[in-house]
Design a protein around this ligand. Structure first.
Ligand code: GAR
Length: 205
């Protein structure tokens, strides 16, 4: 997989850790970022993973940025793209070309967007959580694969709640990506298997 990140990269680091076990079934071929100089990039480099950046700020044209990002991803020929704390909306140039999943710190379809934890707190919910879903061209709107609930504590602020959500996210992301890579997935009644060379689609009906 290619993992896309924007910040600290703790979810990416959890995938790196899991992939040390050959039985896990998936590995990270590269990490891509929309900016330089983040902790996540440093972590990936320390682990010896190829890193590429396509800085969003260098572009005035979003479609051009998406096209360049799609090209850079393609250099690593991934079977799966994982958006793990990537804080940009991916366009058709990327999601139309790759199977991609996204992790989001709320129980979608509640609280999509860039401030999910803040928005959930402001709304006064007592339970929020995290969602992993396939990416489509909308904002946090593709088919849901898994969700885990996280209770809100009375004294939570955005940071304390987000840290508890992230601890849950890391486990869910590792579990889900491992399961997808070992077992494939079903879309519209068709079983899709992981693996570029031998990707097969077969009816499961
Ligand atoms: C995670 O909580 C992820 O769900 C969130 O950013 C954090 C990244 O943490 N993503 C979004 O909000 C996307 N809308 P990390 O960099 O430590 O993995």
């Amino acid at each position: 997989m290619v993992v896309l990140i924007s910040g600290t990269g703790s979810n990416m680091a959890a995938l790196l850790d899991a992939a040390k076990d050959p039985a896990y079934g998936a590995g990270i071929v590269a990490v891509g970022a929309d900016r330089e100089g983040t902790r996540g990039i440093a972590l990936a480099r320390e682990a010896g993973v190829p890193v590429f950046t396509v800085p969003f700020r260098d572009y005035t044209d979003r479609a051009r940025w998406n096209a360049d990002l799609a090209e850079r991803i393609g250099e690593h020929a991934p079977d799966l793209v994982v958006s793990a704390g990537f804080m940009r909306i991916l366009g058709p140039e990327v999601v139309g070309r790759y199977t991609a999943v996204n992790i989001h710190p709320a129980l979608l379809p509640s609280f999509p967007g860039a401030h999910a934890v803040r928005d959930a707190l402001a709304h006064g919910v007592r339970v929020t959580g995290t969602t992993i879903h396939f990416l489509d061209e909308g904002v946090d709107s593709g088919p849901i694969i898994d969700q885990v609930a996280v209770p809100v504590e009375d004294d939570d602020d955005e940071s304390s709640l987000h840290e508890r959500i992230k601890a849950v996210e890391r486990r869910m992301l590792v579990d889900t990506v491992g399961r997808l890579s070992r077992e494939g997935w079903t879309i519209d009644g068709r079983k899709v298997r992981f693996g570029r060379a031998d990707r097969t689609e077969q009816s499961v009906a």
